[in-house]
Design a protein around this ligand. Structure first.
Ligand code: GRG
Length: 306
């Protein structure tokens, strides 16, 4: 059936009917925006303007990850302290914990933006968040260096939390982002046509950051390994769902709504979930995928099945 119509119909009603989760943490998101601007100031002017590029007002993106993490903090900080939270001691501990969790939200966003900067270099993308990409404005070299710089600042902030398990979780995420991106660029036909490969790649490139940062929120709050795993699973599933929707929107969205060109995956030869689902239904589509999408005629043929 037509994924186009399905997603348009349902996403519109969900947004209209439900409470906006971003508004629940609006104050903290504006604190986060200011903290991030302060955290990415570099010594050399050229690097400074490159590093702050996507932290400027109005181009901060959706801030989906920090919003999830702040809401996760609220959910997990209820009645976990030894001194009851209504005592002065309890209040101070709760406030200190919240600042540490806000720091996870900041670190996560810095890692995310670093990956966007490098991704746009790898894809030679000229737009991002509705404006020119950093590589387009300042060139590939500075975009790579700005990404490296953001990762370094994220690592310093991470170390200052003095929690080795949390450091290890988020350092591993960086490796998994790189792994996911590599899986996406080096694929055989069998891998390109496999839903299992797609889900593994999607975990690495999108869900891992959300899953592990959610787990970090639980660990900082002193929860058991069992609760930390629940937080991880929640983030993993949410991250997978987020990327699935992102992949559908690549087919259904417009350049204005996406902040970048539409059909960018298929035009880069990347096979995403909508094509894989269509292949389930129309086995003859596999032959088109096997021929590759360098030829625009194959792109148009594949689109007819969606
Ligand atoms: C330097 C950490 C690092 C990694 C290098 C390039 C690369 C390896 C990984 C790329 C991973 C990547 C871009 C995954 C896609 C993640 C994704 C869903 C991006 C879009 O996220 P949104 O929609 O963007 O939340 P905004 O602009 O709203 O922040």
């Amino acid at each position: 059936y037509s994924i186009r119509h399905h997603i348009h119909h349902h996403s519109a009603s969900i947004v209209e009917e439900q409470l906006d989760p971003f508004s629940l943490v609006a104050d903290e998101l504006s604190i986060l925006a200011n903290r991030l601007r302060a955290m990415v100031v570099a010594e050399v002017p050229k690097l400074a303007s490159a590093a702050e590029y996507f932290f400027r007002m109005g181009v901060e993106g959706k801030r989906f990850r920090p919003t999830v993490l702040l809401l996760m903090s609220t959910a997990l900080n209820v009645s976990i302290h030894k001194p009851p939270p209504d005592t002065i001691m309890g209040d101070t501990m709760t406030a200190e914990l919240r600042v540490r969790q806000q720091s996870i939200a900041e670190i996560t966003e810095m890692i995310h933006v670093a990956s966007l900067l490098h991704d746009d270099v790898l894809d030679d993308a000229d737009t991002r968040r509705g404006i020119s990409s950093l590589n387009f404005v300042m060139g590939n070299k500075l975009a790579v260096l700005a990404g490296d710089f953001l990762l370094s600042r994220a690592c310093v902030a991470l170390a200052s939390l003095k929690n080795t398990e949390v450091v290890s979780l988020l350092a591993t995420v960086i490796e998994q982002l790189v792994t996911g991106e590599t899986m996406q660029m080096t694929t055989s036909v069998d891998q390109r046509c496999s839903m299992e490969y797609y889900m593994q790649k999607t975990y690495y490139k999108t869900a891992s950051l959300i899953a592990n940062s959610c787990k970090a929120i639980a660990l900082l709050a002193g929860h058991t390994a069992e609760v930390a795993t629940l937080a991880y699973d929640y983030g993993r599933n949410l991250g997978l769902a987020f990327q699935l929707i992102d992949d559908v929107l690549d087919f259904t969205g417009t350049s204005a709504s996406l902040g970048k060109g539409s059909l960018s995956d298929i035009s880069h030869g990347i096979v995403t979930a909508p094509i894989l689902f269509a292949m389930d239904e129309f086995p003859e589509l596999r032959a088109v995928v096997e021929r590759g999408f360098e030829d625009p005629r194959n792109v148009n043929l594949a689109l007819e099945y969606l």
